[in-house]
Design a protein around this ligand. Sequence first.
Ligand code: DQA
Length: 140
Amino acid sequence: MKKILVINGPNLNMLGLREPSIYGNRDFKALLAFIEESAKTLGLEVECFQHNHEGAIVDKIQQAYGVFDGIVINPAAYTHTSVAILDALKAVQIPTVEVHLSDVSEREEFRHHSFVSLFASKTIMGKGFDGYQEALEFFV
Ligand code: DQA
């Protein structure tokens, strides 16, 4: 069974409370349940990791080397700023799919650039929770 690491970046733990007109009313616990259910249906083993700190995300990606077959990552705000997360993904060379709940291409200019996109095999945006399922399907 393929092992997939799902990483969520800063403020995604605030789902439900955070800007519901953009991110919806469902909370982070509901997202985790959705991801676990999707993985089960697709026959994938999944581990979910959320952190607000860039370095902790870098550490987790490094530790994924030799352990996980794929990474699904919503780097949240670090999408647009983090060379360190991009470099960690390049270092471990684990196939990666990038996900965003909202359609970042339709939002502020500063959200249009993604460092992680320079490594990710695929980027899914604007599909809410379903985007995570589509990302997992990539590994089936
Ligand atoms: C996000 C989009 C980012 O621009 C933002 O900083 C987030 C969430 C999304 O899922 O739509 O925190 O990655």
